[in-house]
Design a binder for this molecule. Structure first.
Ligand code: HEM
Length: 203
């Protein structure tokens, strides 16, 4: 499979098996977050609710339907991304290793506005960390979501999360992490718009 580390200069920066799941994933995540906020509003666990205008589904039943529909897209699509990434070796080559010293150096350079974006085929250490974080966070969100959806059918997962109530809080904080990632991710894409073209067209 061709990818960013392929010696062939004609190889795409992002192979098609990465781009299609990336955009389907973006769609699934947006549906899940906005319908999730409506579901949360029906029984908040913290002393605040989300503005209904920011939510999807219209009411609890509608939001649950959106959430359950997009959950399949998120899970199946995520599995395709992980399977292709592992099988091709791209996941390891692009995202590993990520070293503490490099993260500190790249973060300091970014804050001084001196981080180079000349070669968008290679991710800097902060980018690697952010992508690894969002992959791990998505796994936590799906696992805790399974406990909320079918806690009786997934007893081991249920125990791992110390029960339904803890799983609900974990699910909420994982959503917050995902939302935080998206805000930073979009800001960085705006800073280096060339990366958006590459994620759309492959080159
Ligand atoms: C409309 C929303 C989004 C836009 C415009 C966008 C844009 C991009 C772009 C341009 C890149 C390539 C970055 C580069 O080459 O430097 C990228 C990579 C990536 N994005 Fe997004 N993204 C969006 C939503 C999301 C969401 C919701 C997630 C995850 C929940 C996500 C996860 C990732 C990951 C993990 C990569 C690295 C993929 C890899 O190389 O394996 N993105 N995105």
């Amino acid at each position: 499979m061709l990818d960013a580390n392929d010696p062939d200069p004609a190889a795409p920066i992002h192979p098609v098996w990465l781009r299609v799941p990336h955009w389907l994933n973006a769609l699934a995540v947006f549906i899940m977050i906005f319908s999730g906020w409506r579901i949360y509003n029906a029984s908040p666990i913290f002393p605040f609710s989300f503005a209904n205008g920011l939510t999807l589904g219209g009411w609890l039943g509608g939001a649950l339907q959106w959430h359950f529909a997009a959950m399949w897209l998120l899970a199946v699509n995520g599995l395709v991304y992980l399977a292709c990434g592992l099988a091709s070796g791209r996941l390891r080559r692009q995202l590993l290793p990520v070293r503490l010293r490099e993260i500190a150096a790249d973060l300091a350079a970014a804050l001084r506005g001196q981080l180079s974006h000349d070669d968008i085929r290679h991710y800097n250490a902060v980018q690697k960390l952010a992508y690894l974080f969002v992959i791990a966070d998505s796994l936590v969100i799906v696992a805790s979501g399974l406990v909320l959806w079918k806690s009786v059918q997934f007893p081991v997962l249920n125990q791992l999360f110390a029960g339904y109530d803890v799983a609900r809080k974990v699910h909420f904080f994982a959503m917050t992490g995902l939302a935080g990632f998206i805000v930073i991710h979009l800001a960085l894409v705006l800073l280096v718009p060339r990366t958006l073209i590459a994620m759309l067209r492959g080159r």
